[in-house]
Design a protein around this ligand. Structure first.
Ligand code: C2E
Ligand code: MG
Ligand code: MG
Length: 548
């Protein structure tokens, strides 16, 4: 009967030029009613819901039950969305009133998806499907509401599902490849490993990074298929390098879904068996700290079983998830990777620097290795070394590259001399305040540059007491290191900096920003000098501690 009514309503709407609304309605939380009051009560509730709706409908409207707690609504001859909203609100209100069934008061709500013909100019089946899709949106938005099918939204969804379909074909067409990014010991200059990073060589769009396609397949069966391909490919490469005498460790990123799949350990064992030339203890799996949040027991078991096969684990993007310390203690991982978002800004963002320092100490406390991601400059590496983090990965060392380019890169790689030098001076915990002093100073300079270049209205030189570096210099710095000659050197350079800062800010006050800008090299030269002196102080303190 519904099909009949729907096709009649469509024909009539075409003739009359009005609009037809097709609604897909699904009760929220109907199953618990059945479960707690019995199926008879559930049936009665459905009948009463239908009665209430029918009492609101106009003579020409239709209510049909599809099955379960799903209903279809047809409103022919309506003027548009606002009339439809009005009708739907009345239906929702009437259902929201408690029902009295077999002595129980039952409260229930409903979610409705709607589409309007001929705005949505498709056939009867598609109209029902669109209303159904809109109903899902209403459910996802929190239930107890209606949602209109959105053509634009649907186009986006369509485009997404097209790429999704395209990604699947890419695997068959062998369009994926792995790039490798070196991980190095900054202090010794040794290459300690390579991270395999997937790329899609798209025939039209060129080389695509994972952000362009991995999110589209997240939590799908295909994500596992692709991850299997990554492991297989990386193992092949590992075997090839070892044959060439390159004794490297390769790490691959494993999505949570794959790690948690039932046959993960069997898959790893089979992959190793297929590549007997790839030493299993040179394969590392990178997992996100959040994987453990779902089921720490089974994740730990899987990891233990892989470790028995020789594999190692690292926890990727550490600091961005919500892993508790208890999880961290239990997870059998060897390495923690500090997420690059913290590393990137650590040079002058004290909060990020605190997180970096915290993770380094945490790794130390749990006796794990720690590696910093996103090391983009020499200064990053130096600061990390002073804090005791020797391992790093980042554009400042090497970008991810094709496998064939690696042997030459490794042959040519030399750690920056500044790193080799700084590696000798690791601060004890109470002295990392010196690294923070450096970051505070860099912050002040960055703020001043922003002010001179009119990117900020705040003049950081206005209040000398605001300068945290000054505070450190006159307070805790003075009391801890004031007896050292190098400390007085810092003091005088710092004074010169403030004098220069004042001068430049004064130029800005006279609206002579470009004059001020032209004198920035003076500021940078003093900055370099100040940081150099700070580093010298670090070295003396470290040497002093070693002697003691
Ligand atoms: P990730 O595992 O944290 O990998 C590090 C990402 O940071 C890589 O991006 C790398 O190119 C980038 N990176 C490295 N050094 C720097 C730096 O100094 N500065 C900046 N701005 N970025 C740097 P990529 O290759 O785009 O990969 C992004 C993410 O995609 C990876 O993050 C990983 O979560 C995921 N991914 C990559 N390959 C695979 C894979 O084969 N399988 C799975 N499941 N995920 C992968
Ligand atoms: Mg990774
Ligand atoms: Mg990472």
């Amino acid at each position: 009967l519904l099909n009949d009514r729907l096709s009649m309503a469509l024909a009539q709407t075409k003739r009359s030029g009005g609009k037809l609304a097709v609604g897909f309605m699904d009760l929220d939380e109907f199953k618990p009613v059945n479960d707690s009051y019995g199926h008879e009560a559930g049936d009665l509730l459905l009948i009463k819901v239908a009665e209430r709706i029918v009492s609101i409908l106009r003579a020409t409207d239709t209510l049909a039950r599809l099955g379960g707690d799903e209903f279809i609504l047809l409103f022919p001859n309506i003027s548009g969305e606002s009339e439809c909203r009005h009708l739907l609100s009345r239906i929702m209100d009437s259902i929201a009133q408690p029902f009295k069934i077999s002595g129980h008061h039952i409260q229930i709500s409903t979610s409705i998806g709607v589409t309007l013909y001929p705005d949505d100019n498709v056939d009867a089946d598609s109209l029902l499907r669109h209303a159904d899709q809109a109903m899902y949106v209403a459910k996802e938005a929190g239930r107890n509401r209606f949602h209109f099918f959105d053509l634009v939204e649907d186009h986006h969804a369509h485009a997404r599902s097209e790429i999704r379909a395209r990604v699947r074909i890419a695997l068959e067409r062998k369009e994926f490849l792995l790039y490798y990014q070196p991980k190095v010991n900054l202090r010794t200059g040794q290459v300690v490993g390579l991270e395999a990073l997937i790329r899609w060589l798209h025939p039209e769009r060129g080389l695509l990074p994972p952000i362009e396609f991995l999110p589209l397949i997240e939590n799908s069966e295909f994500e596992i298929r692709l991850s299997e391909w990554v492991v297989a490919k990386a193992l092949e490469q590992l075997a090839a390098w070892h044959k060439q005498g390159l004794n490297l460790t390769v790490s691959v990123n494993i999505p949570a879904l794959h790690l948690q799949s039932e046959d993960f350990v069997a898959f790893i064992a089979a992959s190793l068996a297929m590549n007997p030339k790839a030493p299993s203890d040179h394969l590392e799996l990178e997992i996100l700290e959040t994987v453990a949040l779902w089921d720490i027991n089974s994740v730990t078991q899987t990891m233990e079983a892989c470790r028995e096969l020789g594999l190692h684990f690292s926890i990727d993007d550490f600091g961005t998830g919500y892993a508790s310390l208890a999880y961290l203690r239990r997870l059998p991982a060897d390495t923690i990777k500090i997420d690059q978002v913290f590393v990137r800004d650590m040079l002058n963002d004290l909060d990020d620097l605190s997180i970096v320092e915290g993770v380094i100490n945490l790794a130390d406390a749990f006796q794990k290795e720690v590696i910093a991601e996103g090391v983009e400059t020499v200064a990053h590496g130096t600061m990390l070394l002073h804090m005791g983090c020797d391992l790093a990965q980042g554009y400042g060392i090497a970008r991810p590259m094709a496998a064939k380019d690696l042997p030459d890169w490794i042959k040519d790689f030399r750690a920056d001399p500044a790193w080799t030098h700084a590696g000798n001076f690791r601060l004890s915990r109470q002295d990392t305040v010196l690294v923070f002093a450096e970051a505070e100073h860099r912050r002040w300079v960055a703020d001043l540059v922003a002010y001179i270049d009119e990117k900020s209205q705040v003049d950081p030189t206005r209040d000398a007491k605001e300068c945290r570096f000054s505070k450190w210099l006159n307070g805790s710095g003075q009391s801890a290191y004031g007896h050292l000659a190098e400390f007085s050197a810092i003091d005088s350079i710092h004074e010169a900096m403030h004098a220069l800062g004042k001068e430049l800010a004064y130029l800005c006050a006279l609206q002579q920003h470009s004059e001020a800008h032209n004198r920035l090299p003076e500021l940078f030269a003093l900055t370099d000098k100040l940081i150099e002196s700070l580093h010298r102080l670090i070295e003396i303190i470290c040497a002093d501690e070693q002697e003691r």
